[in-house]
Design a protein around this ligand. Structure first.
Ligand code: 4AD
Ligand code: MG
Length: 431
C-alpha cells in the first residue's frame, strides 16, 4: 500500500489516495461523519457519506474515539475553506486500533506537570508539534550553515575525564573502576579538531547538573559548537552574527505555518538582520547602572540584567570582554587590558538572554598552565589539551549555541522544557 502524506494532498486533487493516521476529532451530522485525521505531517478532514460506504464501515465510525488509529482510502477534493485547501471523500476505512480508554489529553486546559508527565502523548498536540517542527528546521539550518562554509562535523565524546565549564555542575558517572563526567561542552575536543581540520563543529547533547529551577535551564540540552583555527574574537563574532541570521531566515522560509500556530509575532523575527549591536561588558555594566539596576561591576550578569540589556534592542546583542574572573579557564586575556577576557555572549531579544557563549582561546602554553592552576583544576586530565599549545599553537576561537534556548526564542516560548522532545530537569526524568 502506497501512503500519501497529508501535507502533499493538494498535489493529488481528483486522485484516489490512502492516508494513515489517528483520529483527532470527529463530528457526525445525520448521514455524514466528518473525521479529522492527523498523520504527523498535517490534518485533513475526511468526509464519509452513509451511501458511499458499507453499512458496517459507517457504523464503525459512529463512536470512534480520539486517537483511534486508522487508514483511509478516498478521493481528494479541492475546498478552499478546508485547512490545506483539500478534503478527502472516503471510500474505504481500515481501523487499526480502537483505544479502550478515553484519551488522557483532552481539549480542556491541563497544567504543565500533567502535560510533562504525559509528554509521550502530548507530542501529538498542536503546540508541541509546532515547536518541535521548528526545532527540526533549526537543526537543518545549523548543519547547512556549517556545511556550506566548509566546516567538518566532528563529534565530541560524552564521557569525559575533565571539567570544561567549571566543577560546580558536573554529572559524575561510574566508568568501570574509575569516575568520569558527562560532557559539559565539546569545545576542548573541537580545539583539537580545529588544529587538524581547520574549521570544525560538534552538535550533540551536553549535561549540566543545574540545581536551579529556571525557565532557561535543562540538565541535558543540545549544543552546537564551531571552532576555527587562525580566528580571533572578531572573526567569531562575525560568524555568530551570520549564523543567527541564517537560522532565523531558514525557519521563516520553512516553518511559517508552525510559527503562526504558535501565534509568534513574525515581524520581530523578520527584523533579525545584521549588524547586531555590540558592546563591551563595561559598556553594558554602565548601561545597567544608568537604568538604576542593582548591578555590581565585576560580577556576571544575572537573568534580569541580561533581559534589560537585550530588551533595549530588536536584534541579539553581542556583549564582549567580560572580566576574566567570571569566565572559564581557557579564555584568552585581552592583551589591551588583561583584566578582561576575549569572549562574547550573545543575548537574544525579548528577555530570552544568553543563547551563545564563546570567544578566543588561550593559545600560550605557560599562561594556560597558570590558568588551570588558578582555577584549582588538576593538570593531568588536560595534558592532551596542553599538547595543542606545544605543537603548532595558533590563535583560534569558537562558540557554543544552546539549541533549546534558540528554539524558545524563535518560537516565543516561555520555557526551554517545551523545546526538547523529552526534557530532563532537576525534578524531571519521566517519561
Ligand atoms: O556559555 P556556555 O557554558 O559555553 C560553553 O559551554 C562553551 N564551552 C561553548 C564554546 O565556546 N564552545 O554554554 C553555551 C550555551 C549557552 O549560551 C546556552 O545557550 C546553552 O549553551 N546552555 C544551556 N541551555 C540549556 N540549559 C542549560 N543548563 C544551559 N547551559 C548552557
Ligand atoms: Mg555562558
Amino acid at each position: 500500500m502506497t501512503l500519501t502524506q497529508v501535507k502533499d494532498l493538494s498535489r493529488h486533487v481528483g486522485e484516489t489516495v490512502t492516508i494513515a493516521g489517528w483520529l483527532q476529532n470527529r463530528r457526525s451530522k445525520g448521514k455524514i461523519h466528518f473525521l479529522q485525521i492527523r498523520d504527523g505531517s498535517g490534518v485533513v478532514q475526511a468526509i464519509m457519506g452513509k451511501q458511499d460506504v458499507s453499512e458496517a464501515t459507517f457504523a464503525s465510525c459512529d463512536n470512534l474515539p480520539y486517537e483511534a488509529s486508522l487508514s483511509v482510502e478516498g478521493s481528494v477534493r479541492a475546498d478552499t475553506r478546508a485547512p490545506g485547501g483539500v478534503e478527502l471523500l472516503v471510500q474505504r476505512v481500515t481501523i487499526h486500533q480502537v483505544p479502550s480508554e478515553e484519551y488522557r489529553i483532552s481539549k480542556q486546559e491541563h497544567g504543565p506537570d500533567f502535560l510533562l508527565s504525559n509528554r509521550h502523548l502530548w507530542l501529538r498536540s498542536r503546540k508541541p508539534h509546532a515547536i518541535l517542527r521548528v526545532r527540526d528546521a533549526v537543526i537543518t539550518a545549523i548543519r547547512r550553515f556549517f556545511d556550506d562554509r566548509g566546516f567538518v562535523c566532528l563529534d565530541a565524546p560524552i564521557f569525559t575525564p575533565a571539567a570544561c565549564e567549571g566543577t560546580t555542575n558536573l554529572f559524575e558517572v561510574q566508568y568501570f573502576e574509575e569516575k568520569c563526567y558527562l560532557t559539559q561542552s565539546g569545545q576542548l575536543y573541537m580545539e583539537a579538531g580545529a588544529m587538524a581540520f581547520g574549521k570544525v563543529y560538534c552538535f550533540g547533547p551536553t549535561f549540566r547538573a543545574e540545581k536551579s529551577k529556571t525557565r532557561r535551564h535543562l540538565t541535558e540540552f543540545w549544543m552546537v559548537e564551531p571552532e576555527v583555527a587562525y580566528a580571533t574574537l572578531d572573526d567569531i563574532m562575525n560568524l555568530a552574527e551570520d549564523f543567527l541570521c541564517a537560522i532565523v531566515k531558514h525557519v521563516l522560509e520553512h516553518r511559517r505555518p508552525e510559527l503562526e500556530t504558535l501565534e509568534r509575532d513574525l515581524s520581530k523575527l523578520e527584523r533579525i538582520q545584521k549588524p547586531f549591536p555590540r558592546m563591551s561588558y563595561s559598556e553594558a555594566a554602565a548601561f545597567l547602572q544608568s537604568r538604576g539596576l542593582p548591578f555590581e561591576v565585576g560580577n556576571d550578569f544575572g537573568a534580569p540584567d541580561e533581559a534589560a540589556i537585550s530588551g533595549a534592542h530588536d536584534c541579539p546583542v553581542m556583549v564582549h570582554r567580560y572580566p576574566a574572573g567570571v569566565k572559564a579557564f581557557y579564555m584568552k586575556q585581552d592583551p589591551a587590558d588583561p583584566r578582561f577576557a576575549l569572549c562574547v555572549d550573545v543575548l537574544a531579544p525579548e528577555g530570552v538572554g544568553e543563547i551563545i557563549g564563546g570567544g578566543q582561546r588561550e593559545d600560550d602554553l605557560k599562561t594556560l598552565e597558570n590558568r588551570i592552576d588558578e582555577h584549582k583544576l588538576s593538570r593531568e586530565p588536560f595534558e592532551w589539551y596542553l599538547d595543542l599549545r606545544r605543537y603548532g599553537t595558533v590563535p583560534h576561537a569558537g562558540f557554543g549555541l544552546g539549541l533549546e534556548r534558540t528554539v524558545a526564542w524563535i518560537c516565543g516560548t516561555e520555557h526551554v522544557r517545551e523545546c526538547i522532545p523529552f526534557p530532563r530537569m532537576l525534578h524531571r526524568m519521566y517519561p
